[in-house]
Design a binder for this molecule. Structure first.
Ligand code: ADP
Ligand code: ADP
Ligand code: MG
Length: 669
C-alpha cells in the first residue's frame, strides 16, 4: 500500500477520502484555495498546500500546481475525488508522467468516456442500447434544431462535456429550441470550457438507475449492484438509494451485464459508474433501459453501495491503484437497503437559490443518536459548526445516509434524523429532503425524475398546519425563556394583571408579513390563537444551554422544536426548518409597499444577461436579469407589475450580494 496521498479536491469528499487513508495508515496531503483556508478538510490533513485564489479555475483546476504540491510533499498518489479534475484525462496523464500513482481509471478510458457524444457512439458500436438522438459534429443551430425535429419533441439538449446536470435543457416545442440552446451552450462554456452539445429524445416517466463497476489490472471486472437516483432537482441527484426498488433479478442481470460490457470496451480500471435512463412507466423491463453516460470516477452517492455491500470503495480504489486485486463477484453480497440525501446550502422555496456564509448553528447530532437494531446512520459532512460555506463552489455541504434491513426502516431513520437537524443562518434543503423521504410515490418505489419539480411547492414550503405549529412553538419558547430569564421585547403581554389568566401575545415578522400568536390559559386548558384559528395546546419546555426544547401536542398532533437565543435573535428549529422569531419592523414593511423597489443580487455572482431595459413596463414574474452564482444560472423575476426606471448592471460583470441591479417604479395610474 501507499504511504501517502494527496487529495486534489475539497469539502466532504476530501474528508471522506482522508478517513480511509488514515485507516490504512497513509499520510494525507490536502490542497486548498483562499476560500478554504479554514475548512475542516484542511484542518484535518497531515499536510496542506495552498494552491491559489478562490475561483476553481485558479486553484482546484490548476493541475500543474497540484502535481507540484504532490512532489513537494512527497505524496505517492493523487486521488481526484469527483468534479474538478477527476475526469480530466490530460491531468491523469500528467500525474503518471510525474511518477505519481493516479487513483482512477487510465487516461484512455477517461477519454473514451469523457465526452457524451463519443461515448454514446462507442457504446452503440458495442451493442449497448443508447438513448436515440443526434450526436454529430455539426454544431450549427440549424442542424441541431433539425435534429430535434426529427427526434420528436420533447428533446433534451446536453453539453457533451457536461456533468452535475449542468448545460442541459429540456425542450418541449420547436419555438423554445433556440433560447434553450443558447442557455445550455452558455452554461456549458462557463462550466466545462466547451459549448458543444448533443440532442436526444427526452424519455418520459424516466428513472435514473446506475451500476457501480470496478476493474483491476489483472483483467477482473466486477459490479457492486445498482443505485436508483431518480429523485433529482435540476437534473442533479438529491436522494439516491440501493438497491433500486422494483428491481428483478432478470433486469439486474441485463443492466449489470451491460455495464460490465461498457467497462471492458474501454479497458476500464478502478471505480466507475455506468448510468442508464430507464422507462419507469411500468414494471422494469430488461429492454427498458438505455446507456446515458459513464462517470469515470468515484461517485457522490458511493456510500449507499458501501452500506449494502459492507465494502469501503475508497479502500478498493487505493488497492487497485497500487496493483492489487478486486474481490471475486461471488464475494460481493447485497444486504439490506441504503439511502442517501444530499444536504445542500440552498433554498428550495426560492428556486434552489444557493446560500453561503458562516454556519452559526450546524447541529446534526441526531445522526449520532443510538439507533434501533439493524439501523446505521452515517454523515459525510464538509463542515462543522462555525465553518463557512463559500459562495465559490457547489452547494452540497453534507451527505446524510441510512442503512437498515428494510427500505421503509432506512427511509424512516433518515427522515427522522434530518428533521432533528438545526442549521442557521445558511438556508438548506433539509426539510425538503425529509418530505421527499415520506412522499407516497417514493415510498411506493415508483418515483420518476419529474417528482421534485412537479411537487416542489408542497415539498419545499411548510403547509398551513406546519406553519401554525411553528409559530406556536416559537411563542411558547419565547414565553418560557422570558419567564426563566430576562425581559424580552416580543412579549406584548398584559402581564400587569398578576392574578388574571396568563395571557401573552407575540408578533412575528415572517418574510414581511406580520403574524400574531396569542397564548391563553383558562380552566386548565391552554389555547393559541392565530388570526381566526384557535388551537388547543399542551407544550412542555426544558431549558438547554442557549435556549429551550419544546415538545407536546397542538390539536392532538405531536410537535417538537428548539428555540435558541442566537446573536441575531431567537430562532426556532423544528422539522428540519429554521424560523427567525423576528419582531415586525412596521416602517420597513410599509416601505416595501411604495414605489421604488430595487431588485437586488441575492448572492455574489456574475451577471450573464440583462433583460430589463429602462422605461420598459413589466408584469410580475417577468425575467429581468440572469445571473450565475455557485455554478448555477438564476433568473431574477419582477416581484410585481411595474416600470423599469433604472438598470444598474451590464452583462459580464461580477456583482456583490445585495447590490441593486434593477429599479422598479409604480406604473403610472
Ligand atoms: P454524481 O453522479 O456523482 O452525482 P454529478 O455528475 O452529479 O455526479 O457530479 C458530481 C459532483 O461534482 C456533483 O456534486 C457536482 O455538483 C460536482 N461537480 C460537477 N462539476 C463540477 C465542477 N466543474 N466543479 C466542481 N464540482 C463539480
Ligand atoms: P450529467 O453528466 O449532468 O450527469 P446525464 O446524461 O447523466 O448528465 O443526465 C443527468 C440527468 O438528466 C439524468 O439523471 C436524468 O434525470 C436526466 N436525463 C438525461 N438524459 C435524459 C433523457 N434522454 N430523457 C430524460 N431524462 C434524461
Ligand atoms: Mg450523469
Amino acid at each position: 500500500m501507499f504511504a501517502s496521498i494527496l487529495i486534489a479536491n475539497r469539502g466532504e469528499i476530501s474528508r471522506r477520502i482522508m478517513r480511509t487513508a488514515r485507516k490504512l495508515g497513509l499520510r494525507t496531503v490536502a490542497v486548498y484555495s483562499d476560500a478554504d483556508a479554514e475548512a475542516a478538510f484542511v484542518r484535518e490533513a497531515d499536510e496542506t498546500v495552498w494552491i491559489g485564489p478562490a475561483p476553481a479555475a485558479e486553484s482546484y483546476l490548476k493541475g500543474d500546481r497540484i502535481i507540484e504540491a504532490a512532489l513537494d510533499t512527497g505524496a505517492e498518489c493523487i486521488h481526484p475525488g469527483y468534479g474538478f479534475l477527476s475526469e480530466n484525462a490530460d491531468f491523469a496523464e500528467a500525474v503518471g508522467k510525474a511518477g505519481l500513482a493516479w487513483v482512477g481509471p487510465p487516461p484512455s478510458a477517461i477519454r473514451a468516456m469523457g465526452l457524451k457524444d463519443a461515448a454514446k457512439a462507442l457504446m452503440e458500436k458495442n451493442g449497448l442500447p443508447v438513448t436515440p438522438g443526434y450526436h454529430g459534429e455539426d454544431q450549427s443551430a440549424k442542424t441541431l434544431k433539425a435534429a430535434a425535429k426529427k427526434i420528436g419533441y420533447p428533446v433534451l439538449i446536453k453539453a457533451i462535456a457536461g456533468g452535475g446536470g449542468r448545460g442541459m435543457r429540456r425542450v418541449a416545442a420547436a419555438e423554445d429550441f433556440d433560447a434553450a440552446l443558447a442557455s445550455a451552450q452558455r452554461e456549458a462554456l462557463s462550466n466545462f470550457g466547451d459549448d458543444r452539445v448533443l440532442v436526444e429524445k427526452f424519455i418520459e416517466s424516466p428513472r435514473h438507475i446506475e451500476v457501480q463497476i470496478f476493474g483491476d489490472s489483472h483483467d477482473n471486472y466486477v459490479h457492486f449492484f445498482e443505485r436508483d437516483c431518480s429523485l433529482q432537482r435540476r437534473r442533479q441527484k438529491v436522494i439516491e438509494e440501493a438497491p433500486a426498488p422494483g428491481m428483478s433479478l432478470a433486469v439486474r442481470k441485463a443492466m449489470t451485464d451491460a455495464a460490465l460490457m461498457a467497462a471492458k470496451a474501454v479497458g476500464y480500471r478502478n471505480a466507475g459508474t455506468v448510468e442508464f435512463i430507464v422507462d419507469g412507466s411500468g414494471v422494469l423491463r430488461p429492454d427498458g433501459f438505455w446507456f446515458m453516460e459513464m462517470n469515470a470516477r468515484l461517485q457522490v452517492e458511493h456510500p449507499v453501495t458501501e452500506l449494502i455491500t459492507g465494502l469501503d470503495l475508497v479502500e478498493l480504489q487505493l488497492k487497485v491503484a497500487n496493483g492489487g486485486k478486486l474481490p471475486a463477484q461471488s464475494d460481493i453480497k447485497l444486504k439490506g437497503h441504503a439511502v442517501e440525501a444530499r444536504l445542500c446550502a440552498e433554498d428550495p422555496a426560492r428556486g434552489f437559490l444557493p446560500s453561503s456564509g458562516r454556519l452559526d448553528v450546524f447541529d446534526l447530532s441526531t445522526f449520532f443518536d443510538d439507533m434501533p437494531g439493524g439501523v446505521t446512520l452515517r454523515l459525510d459532512s464538509a463542515v462543522e459548526e462555525g465553518d463557512v460555506v463559500p459562495a465559490d463552489y457547489d452547494s452540497m455541504i453534507a451527505k446524510a445516509i441510512a442503512h437498515a434491513t428494510t427500505r421503509d426502516s432506512a427511509l424512516d431513520a433518515l427522515g427522522q434524523a434530518l428533521r432533528g437537524a438545526e442549521i442557521w443562518p445558511v438556508a438548506t434543503n433539509v426539510a425538503m429532503l425529509a418530505n421527499l423521504l415520506d412522499h407516497p410515490d417514493f415510498r411506493e418505489g415508483v418515483a420518476t425524475t419529474n417528482l421534485v419539480e412537479v411537487d416542489l411547492k408542497e415539498l419545499a414550503q411548510p403547509d398551513d398546519a406546519e406553519f401554525a405549529d411553528a409559530l406556536i412553538l416559537g411563542a411558547a419558547g419565547l414565553r418560557y425563556l422570558k419567564r426563566n430569564a430576562t425581559a424580552d421585547p416580543w412579549d406584548m403581554a398584559d402581564g400587569f394583571r398578576i392574578n388574571a389568566a396568563p395571557r401573552s401575545t407575540y408578533l412575528f415578522d415572517t418574510g414581511g408579513e406580520t403574524r400574531s400568536v396569542k397564548l391563553e390559559a383558562a380552566d386548565g386548558v391552554e389555547r393559541a390563537y392565530i388570526f381566526g384559528d384557535s388551537f388547543e395546546i399542551d407544550v412542555e419546555a426544558a431549558l438547554i444551554a442557549n435556549g429551550v426544547i419544546l415538545s407536546g401536542v397542538v390539536d392532538g398532533a405531536e410537535v417538537l422544536g428548539v428555540v435558541r437565543q442566537l446573536s441575531d435573535g431567537p430562532v426556532l428549529f423544528s422539522r428540519g426548518r429554521a424560523l427567525a422569531l423576528r419582531s415586525p419592523e412596521f416602517a420597513h414593511a410599509l416601505e416595501g409597499l411604495v414605489a421604488g423597489d430595487d431588485i437586488r443580487a441575492p448572492m455574489p455572482g456574475k451577471i450573464l444577461e440583462v433583460k430589463a431595459t429602462p422605461g420598459q413596463d413589466v408584469k410580475k414574474g417577468e425575467p429581468l436579469v440572469v445571473m450565475e452564482a455557485m455554478k448555477m444560472e438564476h433568473t431574477l423575476l419582477a416581484p410585481r407589475d411595474g416600470r423599469i426606471s433604472e438598470v444598474a448592471v451590464v452583462a459580464g460583470t461580477q456583482t456583490a450580494e445585495g447590490a441593486a441591479l434593477v429599479r422598479l417604479e409604480q406604473l403610472p395610474e
